[in-house]
Design a protein around this ligand. Structure first.
Ligand SMILES: *[C@@H]1O[C@H](CO)[C@@H](O)[C@H](O)[C@H]1NC(C)=O
Ligand SMILES: *[C@@H]1O[C@H](CO)[C@@H](O)[C@H](O)[C@H]1NC(C)=O
Ligand SMILES: *[C@@H]1O[C@H](CO)[C@@H](O)[C@H](O)[C@H]1NC(C)=O
Ligand SMILES: *[C@@H]1O[C@H](CO)[C@@H](O)[C@H](O)[C@H]1NC(C)=O
Ligand SMILES: *[C@@H]1O[C@H](CO)[C@@H](O)[C@H](O)[C@H]1NC(C)=O
Ligand SMILES: *[C@@H]1O[C@H](CO)[C@@H](O)[C@H](O)[C@H]1NC(C)=O
Ligand SMILES: *[C@@H]1O[C@H](CO)[C@@H](O)[C@H](O)[C@H]1NC(C)=O
Ligand SMILES: *[C@@H]1O[C@H](CO)[C@@H](O)[C@H](O)[C@H]1NC(C)=O
Ligand SMILES: *[C@@H]1O[C@H](CO)[C@@H](O)[C@H](O)[C@H]1NC(C)=O
Ligand SMILES: *[C@@H]1O[C@H](CO)[C@@H](O)[C@H](O)[C@H]1NC(C)=O
Ligand SMILES: *[C@@H]1O[C@H](CO)[C@@H](O)[C@H](O)[C@H]1NC(C)=O
Ligand SMILES: *[C@@H]1O[C@H](CO)[C@@H](O)[C@H](O)[C@H]1NC(C)=O
Length: 787
């Protein structure tokens, strides 16, 4: 192993702890796969590789044009039909008759492992039945360092533990169907601005932004959920567009050879993000296994891979054993999931494919427009509700009981009027479309709706049962024009204001309030309606300047619920579902509270002639989201982990059970590596046991959460005061109690020691806090693992 000193850093910084952003040290050669956990398939892949010509091997690692978003050409003489790779993290994006599931953000807000798994499984079924071998998801980077990142909603949460669980459940669900998952984007991909190189006024190539992240922060924050994914057996990982510590993610030997394939023992293949490859030999030797979509964007007829790989092997700059390893990494999951027996690619795909011409895919496609939706709308409706967070509910404003009059306001309430907008015109637009509900956001992580149930439609359908008078104005300009609400008579008993926040790949957000004069709309409605419920649909977190307005009597963060949007919401409003979502991020009081991790951007940078100018130093280290607000003792509007219910819960009887036998050492046992790294890290050392009681009058679900308080490490990044280290979701009838067991693995109790280059359990007491949010601890104790 290379001297860690280069990586760990010797630079004295202005801060009190060591952060070196200067280099990304070389780590060669690329560790070969051993097919761990995939032994039989690995043997099949070895036999397959032994029959390939050099040209065929090069073809297998290089994308080509075809019916899918990414395509690997077939090798007919060996019965290999090629690979079809499709977007994305919440739906098979461009397919007809497919479901649009709740976004990752909503899934995280459910804090429900079972729903996370089911969503992954049902998505997997749809991808497979459309003939896709690989789904380009889930997303764990961006993690959500910056609140403004345009793609945070595609992933789960800025908390690595919650994101790790969500990724693991999603991958397991997807791959249990026989589909390969692709966990993305590796690593440090935390802004859209300058994610790709650009040309300056003088035609100099200005390189992508470099995410400069110190070793401890990489391990404890940004790598954490990738470790879960590798441990869950993910087939592939996509490297990202940005640079890491000065070197492009898709040719960074430290992150790919060193961390991913070495330390984490990843056995599958690394594919590039589309156009994220910037070299041939250098990328191959740094650990990139597959170039997507294949051609160099500026020259559709050439590739950094393809013929260049053949040439590189022939001239000795790439070992053929390395090329064999690339093919083995690609073919082993294919055999493991028995993908030689697989449904055909949907015949409609070529018409829908956004991939570059010319279309030259040699294999017969299946029937067109296969309906893969089945009864998946039931899970979509349930998860949409489970990921809706009740933030305020004065005097039981909700649930509704047959109100006489309802008012509905805002351009997010109604149906879509602009057609299929999500990956088309709205791609890289700042505000998206004006009229229509926001079920999901835009870019490659979106979906093609086969229908949408809007909130207005669902509320009207429900209101008819109660004989409720329903009045509505969806035009935000009219709502905020003096006298604009004059037609609403009588003043409704309860008013609903629907706000939305667009976000899309390729562009970061420029504000954190919902769009379309949202605050004006709330002010307008609350000035005449003293019982106003605000509902947000949002591609990320929002600040809520109106949260304390006394006429705002309830607030629901409905996130991005997918195609059953209105039904999911009505279930919450009318108490069919007792709200049980919890915030997977923190809502601060002010937008400026998020300045600790700004998007790197400025007029100077946009006009620079310095190829290396775009540098983003992650100086906040581990302190993002609640870790930042807690460490600096900043009050917030609604904290991470918070969410109300129509009932109430109590917690009691905290005890700790020791699971590990004998003395526990500070360092993990030296064991042969498994996918996920050192196996000791995954071993359970303790369980935290608590009793949760439903003390209210109605059935509901609670989310008990365990936070650990690890000590500060001298000379290192500040340690967060508390970090989430387990949770569960439990459904309880009124008056019912249940004991909950929350295991703690060695990794959960460790920090990354930059000197030793391994996970270490700190000596002395570790605080254990159990409660219902990051600021609502009900029971506390300590464990001393290592004296
Ligand atoms: C980033 O950190 C490096 C030290 O590692 C420093 O030289 C550089 O000025 C910093 N860049 C910015 C934009 O803060
Ligand atoms: C490939 O080669 C192996 C020997 O390594 C042979 O047993 C096998 O039949 C060949 N497979 C195909 C599909 O040609
Ligand atoms: C930059 O390249 C473009 C396209 O090749 C060309 O039209 C333009 O004149 C060049 N600009 C400069 C400053 O060289
Ligand atoms: C090899 O890569 C270079 C860029 O490094 C490119 O110009 C060339 O066309 C590629 N060759 C082939 C055969 O694709
Ligand atoms: C070998 O081939 C590769 C790929 O075309 C090329 O980039 C490299 O410069 C060549 N090296 C030598 C020593 O010929
Ligand atoms: C090729 O493999 C040999 C033997 O394992 C190794 O010494 C050499 O460094 C490798 N070359 C490259 C370019 O990776
Ligand atoms: C809530 O109810 C209590 C008791 O009926 C009342 O005193 C209080 O004003 C109410 N609060 C609001 C905001 O309506
Ligand atoms: C929305 O209301 C404004 C103000 O009354 C009006 O000018 C505009 O035409 C309306 N938009 C639509 C789409 O009706
Ligand atoms: C980046 O900065 C430029 C110039 O200040 C601004 O016009 C643009 O909106 C910024 N982009 C983002 C995403 O903040
Ligand atoms: C936003 O709403 C306020 C009313 O609260 C109104 O005064 C203002 O004109 C609106 N702004 C725009 C741009 O429509
Ligand atoms: C609350 O609503 C009442 C009407 O019921 C209105 O008179 C009052 O000004 C409103 N308060 C605020 C803060 O908008
Ligand atoms: C709220 O508004 C309703 C209807 O306008 C009115 O009857 C009621 O008195 C108001 N309540 C308060 C506390 O202002």
């Amino acid at each position: 192993m290379l001297s860690h000193a280069i990586w760990v850093g010797l630079l004295a910084c202005s801060t009190a702890f060591a952060q070196d952003f200067s280099t990304s040290p070389p780590v060669y050669p690329s560790p070969p796969t051993q097919g761990l956990d995939w032994e039989a398939a690995f043997a099949q892949a070895q036999a397959f590789v032994s029959n390939l010509t050099l040209e065929e091997k090069a073809q297998l690692v290089t994308g080509t044009s075809g019916p899918c978003v990414g395509n690997i050409g077939a090798i007919e003489r060996l019965g290999f039909n090629g690979l079809c790779l499709q977007d994305g993290p919440l739906a098979i994006r461009q397919a007809t008759y497919a479901s649009v599931f709740p976004a990752g953000l909503t899934t995280a807000a459910s804090w429900d492992r079972s729903l996370m798994y089911q969503r992954g499984f049902l998505m997997g079924t749809e991808f497979k039945n459309k003939g896709a071998h690989v789904a380009l998801g889930p997303v764990v980077a961006p993690l959500g360092r910056s609140a403004y990142d345009g793609r945070n909603w595609e992933g789960f949460s800025p908390d690595p533990y919650l994101t790790g669980v969500a990724a693991e459940e999603t991958i397991t669900g997807m791959q249990d169907t026989g589909l390969q998952a692709c966990l993305k984007h590796f690593i440090g991909y935390e802004q859209e601005t300058q994610r790709n190189p650009s040309l300056s006024a003088d035609n100099i190539t200005i390189e992508s932004v470099s995410s400069n992240i110190d070793d401890r922060t990489i391990h404890e924050l940004y790598l954490w959920p990738f470790a879960n994914g590798v441990h869950a057996g993910v087939s592939s990982i996509m490297c990202s567009y940005n640079r890491i510590n000065g070197s492009y993610a898709c040719q960074n030997s430290k992150t790919m050879n060193g961390i991913l394939k070495g330390e984490l023992g990843f056995q599958g293949y690394v594919m590039s993000d589309w156009g994220g490859t910037h070299s041939g030999v250098a990328s191959v030797n740094a650990g990139l296994d597959m170039d997507m979509p294949g051609p160099i964007s500026s020259d559709q007829n050439s590739s950094y891979f393809g013929g260049n790989v053949t040439q590189a092997v022939n001239n000795g700059t790439v070992n053929e054993t390395r090329l064999d390893d690339m093919v083995l990494r690609i073919m082993t999951p294919y055999f493991f999931y028995n993908q030689s027996q697989y449904p055909p690619i949907d015949g409609e795909e070529p018409a829908l494919a956004s991939s570059f011409p010319p279309y030259v895919y040699q294999f017969t496609l299946g029937p067109a427009n296969v309906d893969v939706r089945d009864e998946h709308q039931q899970l979509i409706r349930a998860l949409g509700a489970a990921g809706t967070v009740l933030l305020k509910n004065v005097n039981n404003t909700l649930p509704l009981s047959a109100p006489k009059t309802i008012g509905i306001f805002g351009n997010d309430a109604g149906d879509l009027v602009d057609g299929e907008y999500f990956s088309g015109p709205a791609f890289q637009s700042q505000y998206g479309y004006e009229y229509g509900n926001l079920p999901v956001a835009g870019g490659s992580g979106t979906g093609r709706l086969s229908y949408l149930v809007s909130p207005l439609e669902a509320i009207k359908a429900r209101a008819i049962q109660d004989g409720t008078l329903v009045q509505y104005i969806l035009n935000n300009t009219l709502i905020t024009t003096p006298g604009g609400l004059a037609t609403i008579l009588p003043v409704p008993e309860i008013c609903f204001v629907f706000l939305k926040t667009w976000a899309s790949e390729g562009i970061d957000r420029i504000g954190l309030e919902p769009d379309w004069n949202s605050t004006g709309v709330v002010e307008s409605v609350t000035s005449f309606c003293n019982n106003t419920v605000v509902i947000t649909h949002s591609g990320g977190l929002n600040v809520m300047p109106w949260a304390n307005n006394p006429n705002v009597t309830a607030i629901l963060a409905a996130h991005l619920p997918g195609q059953e949007s209105g039904n999911s919401l009505v279930d919450i409003l009318y108490g069919v579902v007792n709200p049980n979502g919890k915030l997977p991020y923190t809502i601060a009081f002010n937008e400026s509270d998020y300045d600790y991790a700004p998007i790197t951007n400025s007029t100077e940078l946009l006009e620079t002639e310095d190829p290396n100018a775009w540098q983003s130093n992650f100086t906040e280290g581990l302190l993002i989201d609640y870790r930042h607000f807690d460490y600096y003792n900043i009050s917030v509007a609604f904290e991470f982990g918070f969410g109300l219910s129509y009932t109430t819960f109590e917690m009691s009887d905290l005890t700790i059970n020791t699971i590990a036998v004998g003395n526990i050492s500070a360092f993990p046992d030296a064991s042969p590596i498994i996918p996920g790294g050192n196996p000791s890290l995954w071993g359970i050392l303790y369980t935290v046991n608590v009793t949760v009681t439903n003390t209210g009058n109605t059935t509901g679900a609670a989310v008990p959460q365990v936070y650990l308080s690890l000590p500060q490490i001298p000379g290192e990044d500040p340690t967060p005061l508390n970090v989430l280290r387990n949770f569960d979701k439990i459904y309880l009838d009124a008056g019912q109690s249940q004991s909950v067991i929350l295991p703690l693995a060695r990794r959960d109790l460790s920090y990354w020691d930059t000197g030793l280059q391994q996970w270490v359990i700190p000596s002395g007491p570790i605080g254990v806090n159990a409660g219902f949010s990051s600021r609502d601890f009900r029971q506390s104790t300590q464990i001393t693992v290592v004296a």
